[in-house]
Ligand binder design. Sequence first.
Ligand code: ADP
Ligand code: MG
Length: 230
Amino acid sequence: MMTQNHALALEGVERHFVQGEGRLTILSGASVSIDRGEMVALVAPSGSGKSTLLHIAGLLERPDAGEVRIAGEACGTLGDEERTAMRRKAIGFVYQFHHLLPEFSALENVMMPQMIRGLKRGEAATRAAELLDYMRIGKRASHRPAELSGGEQQRVAIARAVANSPHVLLADEPTGNLDPGTSAYVFEALAALVRQSGVAALIATHNHELAGRMDRAITLENGRIVPLVL
Ligand code: ADP
Ligand code: MG
């Protein structure tokens, strides 16, 4: 039997939160599949469940029902340790604020996830330097996050997210904290990396212009994922 393995697939994902006496339904049958090298914009109002969806796709939260598949592998039945291993190996995350470790250089921040996965220091450093060059911040490799601009910090965060060559890259408003020019520049670097690496990218953004430059856009409507025409 032929099975098509998308890099990322969400199938009928449900997520509810208890709120006082009631129940708040955020995701209610949310389904989407993303292919290798595909860049999908998630555009929806604040409070609609974008971060919740990304956290579930990134195995940071469990859905109340439904399934998450990474490269065809169903993650619902994985135990906590297996989920952590899968997350480290197969998923990269970029947040609105860079979340880099302040005591470490840009290079060391990009080395860190590789060393956690067991790479030797030298191998991790070589790959980190290549990625920083690719993101055009090779010259800043020895700088700590506080010595970098917002756009540079986000480019380091993107390099870190793909350091282990994940199947899936999830970004939660990665340019939301940047001015329009910097935002466009960071987006270009991110897009080039997605094309070059073949990672499947799901990117939450409020920026319709950037969303329009991705392969397609989706939104959340009544807890479901529907196509968005920009
Ligand atoms: P977005 O990222 O689109 O702004 P979120 O996914 O952060 O939306 O949140 C969607 C809704 O779910 C919001 O109303 C939020 O208050 C609620 N929510 C998110 N996380 C929790 C939680 N852990 N407990 C209760 N409510 C939550
Ligand atoms: Mg959010």
